[in-house]
Ligand binder design. Structure first.
Ligand code: AMP
Length: 450
């Protein structure tokens, strides 16, 4: 099936073709005709499914038709509002609007916090069709009356589950109160908690419900494995894997911002270029880190789940879970960063004793046991010596914040330290040395880089 068969017009089909898409993804096939008809939508779809084009393309088409009717010279007010949980996602969605809308006169902008208000105020005063925003900054503008939402006829809530996880429900409700009652609503969410269902019930009118599997379901494209490793040895093992296989573009997840900073510093001291990205960093630092990571000048990006949300890097070859996530679903989100666009990727988890309950939760969710990787006896001994000579790795991380969701939590015992185990850093396994195949695959990473 082609994009034009879905009812999209030439300027949009052309932009999509120029962007290299030949065929719509399953969510696009369902969502595009429904959005064109003006229907509400409840879509269960994660990043990686092509969901963004699923709503952006039909929205562009409708706006283009409207502009053609009203005349392109009329000054226009916001008619489509797209809310996202993070600044990175907001920026990426607006970039997609520009890319797919490049042959149309549709005007868009993005607003989020952490940057100056004034340039946004000036932009909001000019002709505008699509506004992509994070809720907090949007409300700031509404309060200061530098933004009028009374002309919005379509609302998109992207990654609604994240929005609620991040505590934005009240902000979202305040935004809803500023919109005209009669409008089209599109709600995208990777998961469907009771809270999301309640929000959907209050928001959507006879929605089309779409549920799509990820294009890159974990089992298909991502080569996953687990190293059972003492906590003190994790950073040494990570450095070793990166150096040994000459990995580039490694996205490493830690549970806390502090952990992200610490690991990035440690890796940098060990000669591996690494930057941390998390919510405490300024927007410019985050943008810079992401740009350096994308262009290859930074080898490793260490991120927390929230900061990494929305990072869309084509063909990211390696994802490392330095800490397992507290919520098993986040494991699927994390490894979804790799193995995009039909390329294979690799996701490695470094699992300490205290993470074992979390690992069990993840394996239950994905309904498979993750393969355990081991080092050869020689490599294990070498690593042991490195850990010993580096001395104790004092964990000064602050305690975990409550997540308010089930799914583990048995992260650390009192004091936050793993019980020291004097024996090897690894669980010994009869499959010693079975990472050889991995080394070969990692060594062929050139085929993935553009
Ligand atoms: P999303 O789920 O919107 O975050 O999109 C995930 C990735 O899929 C992005 O890198 C898009 O550029 C890409 N993508 C979206 N639609 C298509 C398509 N029809 N064919 C190929 N790639 C696509």
């Amino acid at each position: 099936m082609s994009f034009s068969a879905l009812g999209l017009s030439d300027p949009i089909v052309r932009a999509v073709a120029e962007h290299g898409y030949t065929e719509p993804t399953p969510i696009q096939k369902s969502a595009i005709p429904a959005v064109l008809e003006g229907r509400d939508l409840l879509a269960g779809a994660q990043t990686g499914t092509g969901k963004t084009a699923g709503f952006v393309l039909p929205i562009l088409q409708r706006l283009h038709a409207q502009i053609a009717r009203d005349g392109a010279l009329t000054r226009r007010r916001v008619s489509v509002l797209i809310l996202t949980p993070t600044r990175e996602l907001a920026a990426q969605v607006e970039e997609s609007v520009r890319v797919y809308g490049k042959h149309t006169p549709v005007q868009s902008t993005v607003i989020f916090g952490g940057v100056g208000m004034q340039p946004q105020v000036e932009r909001l005063a000019r002709s505008l069709d699509i506004l992509v925003a994070t809720p907090g900054r949007l409300l700031d503008h509404a309060q200061q009356r530098t933004l009028d939402l009374s002309t919005v006829s379509t609302l998109v809530l992207d990654e609604a589950d994240r929005m609620l996880d991040m505590g934005f429900i009240h902000d979202v409700k305040r935004v809803l109160a500023l919109l005209p009652k009669k409008r089209q609503n599109l709600l995208f969410s990777a998961t469907f908690s009771d809270e999301i269902r309640r929000l959907a019930d209050s928001l959507l009118h006879q929605p089309l419900e779409i549920e799509v599997a990820r294009r890159n379901a974990p089992a298909e494209l991502v080569d996953q494995c687990v190293y059972l490793v003492r906590k003190e040895a994790k950073r040494h093992l990570l450095a070793r894997l990166i150096k040994r296989h000459d990995w580039h573009q490694v996205l490493v997840f830690t549970r806390t911002k502090h952990g992200a900073n610490r690991l990035a510093e440690q890796l940098s001291k060990g000669g591996i270029s690494a930057l941390a990205i998390h919510g405490n960093k300024s927007q410019s630092a985050r943008t810079r880190a992401l740009a350096e990571f994308k262009d290859g000048s930074t080898q490793v990006l260490v991120a927390t789940d929230i900061a990494a949300r929305g990072i869309d890097i084509k063909e990211l070859p390696h994802v490392v879970n330095f800490d397992l996530p507290n919520v098993p679903e986040d494991y699927v989100h994390r490894i979804g960063r790799t193995g995009r666009a039909s390329m294979s990727g690799e996701a490695i988890s470094l699992v300490g004793d205290d993470d074992l309950p979390l690992l069990a939760g993840i394996e239950r969710l994905i309904r498979r046991k993750l393969p355990r990787a081991t080092l050869s006896a020689d490599d294990a001994a070498e690593l042991e010596a490195t850990v010993r000579s580096a001395g104790p790795d004092i964990d000064t991380r602050p305690p975990l914040p409550p997540r308010g969701r089930s799914g583990g939590g048995a992260r650390r015992g009192s004091g936050g330290q793993a019980t020291p185990r004097p024996q090897s850093n690894f669980r010994q396994s009869p499959r010693d040395g079975n990472r050889q195949g991995q080394a070969t695959r990692a060594g062929t990473g050139a085929s993935r880089s553009r």
